[in-house]
Design a protein around this ligand. Structure first.
Ligand code: ARG
Length: 460
């Protein structure tokens, strides 16, 4: 077999199946740029520590640049002995610049290297995901503002509950996505801590300046405080998977609402052709596949989170090869989250809404609470009014008419405080506009929610 970086103490060959079992180059090669960048910074730190001469360091930095450009151009050739991205880049560096390449790994281990590369990679992705989340939030704000006057039935337990605005529903999802954006932001100070300079476990014997390395690589959270923990810690991967799982959980519930709202009995919305597919058998079908995939992919990523927690829980501290299993989950979670955010933004901004269908879905019953509140305003205790309005619902049901078709006289028969002005209760618009406290369904309140979110977006 090919010569191994760690082959010195070995006499026997590795089983070819073991090589295949052990390799991670097939997936960790996507971090080539981070690996090059981390090594260039490390070479500079070795110069500063007096381990490399300026000339040696410059040759190494330039050689690494060449390695990077080969990856960039798609001509980097992976060789049989290239176990992972770290060994591949070092092997190629030494081919390009000769034995001086062998000085790069002084005091470094793949244990601090892999943690550095993956954190660097994650930091770039964290920014991309936030940009996508913010694009989605923007789309929600735009739509909510334009369609502020559309009323729709709100549901609890999927049963008709109270009148809300379509925009209120939109902003309810936006509120969850905003929390996701905050969570994505909040993992930064912990993820952006530098493991490099921790070696395999015990630290660096050549006094490399870790603060310099952190600055050079943009680790705004400083350096990992303990070398044993630095090679042991995969919290940043868990946190990323958790935030990804939450993003997708929210997109899944958003999708589920829209699947229901776009079904025939509702007909509140229709997905654009861009995000639906047909049936091979039934010519009339237009299926919300994009939405169903959003729902399905959430399950897959939740599985990754659970999977990683299981992988980690029984490992002794510091580095174990088990950890290598996490990268595919991390990559998949990040890729999937980005795709799902793009799809959700597309679905949301091209959706057709049918306000008439929404208003048709409103029923007088949904004003039963308002009827009770009418009496509250006349001084009747709410607990009594709830009972009285309940009697009104029963009366309407007995007569087979909607609640809002009971006359003022019918109602006075139930309670003397009902006056002729009770007819004012039967306005859906009024029902939402009475709910004018912060976060409520009134037009003013929903517009305020939109403007607050816009403010967040412009300051973040
Ligand atoms: N490919 C390995 C990983 O992803 C890199 C670290 C290997 N370290 C070691 N001591 N074998 O975890």
């Amino acid at each position: 077999g090919a010569k191994k970086l760690w082959g010195g103490r070995f006499t026997g060959a590795t089983d070819p199946l073991m090589d295949k079992f052990n390799e991670s180059i097939s997936f960790d090669k996507r971090m080539w740029a981070e690996d090059v960048k981390g090594s260039q910074a490390y070479a500079k730190a070795l110069i500063r520590a007096g381990i490399l001469t300026d000339a040696e360091g410059e040759v190494i930095v330039a050689g690494l640049e060449k390695v990077g450009s080969e990856w960039q151009a798609g001509v980097f050739e992976i060789m049989p002995g290239d176990e992972d991205i770290h060994t591949a880049n070092e092997r190629r560096l030494t081919e390009l610049i000769g034995p001086v390449g062998g000085k790069l790994h002084t005091g470094r281990s793949r244990n601090d290297q892999v943690a550095t590369d993956t954190r660097l990679w994650l930091l770039g992705q964290q920014q991309d995901i936030r940009a996508l989340l913010q694009g989605l939030l923007q789309a929600a704000c735009d739509r909510a503002e334009q369609e502020i006057d559309i009323l729709m039935p709100g549901f609890t337990h999927l049963q008709s509950a109270q009148v809300v605005r379509w925009s209120h529903w939109l902003m309810s999802h936006a509120a969850a996505w905003q929390r996701d954006d905050e969570r994505m932001r909040d993992l930064l100070p912990r993820a952006a801590r530098l493991p490099l300079g921790s070696g395999a476990i015990a630290g660096n014997p050549f006094s490399v300046d870790r603060t310099f390395l952190a600055q050079e690589l943009g680790f705004v959270g400083g350096v990992c405080p303990n070398s044993m923990d630095a090679v042991s810690d995969r919290d940043y991967v868990c946190e990323m998977l958790f935030v990804a799982a939450m993003v997708l959980l929210h997109l899944s519930r958003f999708a589920e609402d829209l699947i229901i709202y776009s079904s025939a009995p509702f007909g509140f919305v229709q997905c654009s052709d861009a995000y639906t597919t047909g049936s091979s058998l039934m010519p009339q079908k237009k299926n919300p596949d994009a939405l169903e995939l959003l729902r399905g992919k959430a399950g897959r990523i939740q599985g990754h989170l659970a999977g990683l927690l299981c992988i980690l829980k029984g490992t002794p501290t510091t580095y174990n090869k088990d950890f290598q299993e996490s990268w595919e989950m991390l990559f998949d979670a990040v890729d999937t989250t980005k795709d799902c955010l793009s799809i959700a933004t597309g679905v949301l901004s091209t959706l057709s809404v049918y306000p008439d269908k929404m208003t048709n879905g409103l029923s007088g019953d949904m004003l039963a609470t308002d009827l009770a509140e009418y009496l509250v305003r006349k001084g009747v205790p709410f607990r009594d009014t709830h009972h009285i309005a309940g009697e009104a619902v029963r009366l309407a049901e007995d007569r087979g008419i909607p609640l809002n078709e009971l006359t003022a006289d019918d109602l006075r028969g139930i309670h003397p405080m009902f006056g002729p002005d009770v007819s004012g209760v039967w306005s859906y618009e009024r029902s939402t506009d009475l709910r004018d406290t912060e976060g409520g369904a009134s037009k003013r309140s929903v517009l305020e929610q939109i403007s607050k979110l816009r403010q967040y977006l412009s300051h973040t």
